[in-house]
Design a protein around this ligand. Structure first.
Ligand code: NAD
Length: 424
């Protein structure tokens, strides 16, 4: 047990959390101090101040960042976040996370992340377009298909990617679809991209079930977050025969022990704006939603929902981290004591970046794959990566799946750096 309960602010700082996981894995790998310094620092951090004319004629200046944590294994890869609480620390941590995630699934990218401090809910489409275009123009020399490839994240979407692609292409003087992923289909997006993260969660959950000798038809699943990741995971898993017994949202939670009809629940949410009062389920206390007895819990909403303050209440056999950073480093210890099988975020939600990689490949080839090919190749990568992580954890005493995933990732990146050598 933990001797003292840490302060929540300290525990939930993304940079601290990323550093704790890094230190554990680096120590087990016996990485030398010099390599640790290289891997811990971002290769490049760019801050831009973006002047934008608002709809009412006023000029506002927004601050944006792009951090390229590592480009040792290939171009930077990572989303762009528009939110009022974006900070350089957060973008740094998320960029490092992308480096480890791309290395875990062994795709030829480094890690990057971007963000603009703004509240997209308070801005018109025209204002968002102007922010995006100026942000892109400021980063013109830093991004590109061979340099750094942005994608959507919180507060941005396929339309944002279309504006980035257009702005970049106008400067480059030719259409450059491979500069971003997560684009609309008509601009070189990939089939299967919108389902990819949820599909990846399902694939690794199926692998975990096999390992624990459980059958999907009798598997009770609770999902927090009914957005892109959680909604897709719910749909695909219910089609595959899982029982999705509960969905937990920020404003409500619903429960049906026989399994929810996910398509009907999506329809209900579209019509009413909330999952509450779904006729085929019972409303339950949303604050207790994560603590229900189940076989699989998928936090797919936001970070820091499982901390040292509540990890002891989790009653799932498998935790599949659909969101980025849903569990703090301190909570890991509690989950390990409870013998919960954790599929860590850098593996569990890597289906999204994997199909982003496919999108980049297709754009560069100018040849587009059918959905079956995308899904088959995604499955192959997720299964291989799961097997690599879990067998590494099995073989090494005292290593859990998360540390194993970090160790595999750090080792791959460190090996690329060593082989390339340090340029003068
Ligand atoms: P989204 O905005 O589409 O969905 C998030 C959902 O969670 C929304 O329905 C929101 O109402 C709900 N939510 C927010 N806070 C909540 C809370 N405290 N409790 C319960 N519900 C809450 O976002 P998304 O794209 O599904 O991303 C979710 C998470 O997955 C994020 O951490 C994101 O970084 C991560 N992720 C997303 C992708 C992707 O491809 N979209 C890939 C990898 C990781």
């Amino acid at each position: 047990m933990l001797a003292t309960t840490p302060l929540l602010d300290e525990e939930t700082n993304p940079w601290t959390s990323a550093a704790m996981r890094f230190d554990q894995a680096a120590a087990r790998l016996r990485l030398d101090d010099g390599m640790c310094k290289v891997l811990k620092s971002a290769a490049r951090e760019i801050t831009v101040h973006i002047p934008v004319q608002l709809d009412d004629g006023r000029i506002e200046v927004f601050t944006g960042y792009r951090v390229q944590h590592s480009i040792a294994r290939g171009p930077g890869k990572g989303g762009v976040r528009y939110a009022p609480d974006v900070s350089l620390d957060e973008v740094r941590a998320l960029a490092a996370w992308m480096t480890w995630k791309c290395a875990v699934v062994n795709i030829p990218f480094g890690g990057a992340k971007g963000g603009v401090i703004c509240d997209p809910k308070l801005l018109s489409d025209g204002e968002l377009e102007r922010i995006t275009r100026r942000y892109t123009a400021e980063l013109m020399d830093a991004i590109g298909p061979e340099r750094d490839v942005p994608a959507p994240d919180v507060g941005t979407n396929a339309q944002t990617m279309a504006w980035i692609m257009d702005t970049y292409s106008m400067h480059a003087r030719h259409a450059t679809t491979a500069v971003v992923t997560g684009k609309p289909m008509e601009l070189g997006g990939s089939r299967g991209r919108s389902e990819a993260t949820g599909r990846g969660c399902m694939i690794v959950t199926l692998k975990a079930l096999q390992r624990l000798g459980l059958d999907p038809a009798s598997t009770r699943v609770v999902i927090q977050g009914f957005g892109n990741v959680g909604g897709m995971a719910a749909r695909l898993m219910s089609q595959a025969g899982f029982k999705i017994i509960s969905i937990v949202e920020y404003d409500a939670a619903v429960y049906n022990p026989r399994g929810l009809n996910i398509d009907a629940l999506l329809k209900h949410r579209n019509e009413t704006g909330s999952i509450a009062d779904f006729p085929e389920a019972e409303n339950i206390n949303k604050d207790e939603g994560l603590y229900q007895v189940c076989d699989v819990l998928i936090p797919a909403a936001t970070e820091n929902v499982i901390t040292s303050h509540n990890a002891h209440k989790i009653r799932a056999k498998i935790l599949c981290e659909g969101a980025n950073g849903p569990t703090t480093a301190v909570a890991d210890e509690i989950l390990a004591e409870k013998k919960i099988f954790v599929i860590p975020d850098i593996l569990a939600n890597a289906g999204g970046v994997t199909v982003s990689y496919f999108e980049w490949v297709q754009d560069r080839q100018g040849y587009f794959w059918n959905e079956k090919l995308v899904n088959d190749r995604l499955e192959e990568i997720m299964v291989d990566s799961f097997d690599a992580v879990v067998s590494f954890a099995d073989k090494h005493e005292g290593i859990n799946n998360r540390t194993a995933a970090y160790m595999l990732a750090l080792d791959r990146v460190a090996s690329a750096i060593r082989t390339r050598g340090l340029y003068a």
